[in-house]
Write a protein that binds this ligand. Structure first.
Ligand SMILES: Nc1ncnc2c1ncn2[C@@H]1O[C@H](COP(=O)(O)OP(=O)(O)O)[C@@H](O)[C@H]1O
Ligand SMILES: [Mg+2]
Length: 151
């Protein structure tokens, strides 16, 4: 996968969610950047729907991590999806103190998938291969997402 750019709106958001699914199946860790209100949580919610997550998907801003049980198509059993939000963290030290490395190690070992909002706050923790995705607002309902592998 090389850099991919996808334009979408709320009617075609599944095209973007599908690209995110492809990225996360391959790399297991995806970061999701974009301003407040860009549509990060909305997109994660559509991705989780594709992964047959039963729980309600909401912003983990107040909890740092939401854990969902997902069952990707073809998987025999459920696996954790960690929906992580570093918005409230100051830096990588705080992220380590909050136990964030453990989620990344689980993903690295193939035991979970991680999607991380506000990765810029603790970028130093992201030493393993992942895909960096950035959402830009291009109109009231239109968005653009750029997916870049960081092998
Ligand atoms: N194409 C789009 N994709 C995602 N959200 C959109 C889109 N068009 C409009 N919206 C609206 O923008 C807001 C995005 O909020 P949210 O997903 O919580 O953003 P973030 O998590 O980036 O802060 C929602 O109110 C959503 O309905
Ligand atoms: Mg959000």
């Amino acid at each position: 996968m090389t850099g991919t750019t996808i334009a979408y709106d709320l009617e075609t958001i599944n095209v973007a969610a599908q690209a995110l699914l492809k990225a996360i199946s391959e790399y297991r860790i995806v970061t999701l950047s974009g301003d407040l209100g860009a549509g990060k949580t909305t997109l994660v919610s559509h991705l989780c729907h594709m992964l047959h997550v039963q729980d309600a998907v909401s912003s983990p801003t107040f909890s740092l991590v939401n854990e969902y049980l997902m069952q990707p198509d073809g998987a025999k059993s459920t696996m954790p999806m960690y929906h992580i939000d570093w918005y409230r963290l100051r830096d990588a030290d705080e992220a380590m103190d909050a136990g964030m490395e453990d989620y990344l190690i689980q993903a690295k070992n193939g035991e979970a998938w991680c999607i991380i909002e506000w990765p810029e706050k603790a970028a130093a923790l992201l030493t393993m291969p992942h895909v960096a995705a950035t959402i830009s607002v291009t109109g009231p309902y239109s968005r653009e997402i750029v997916l870049t592998p960081r092998p």
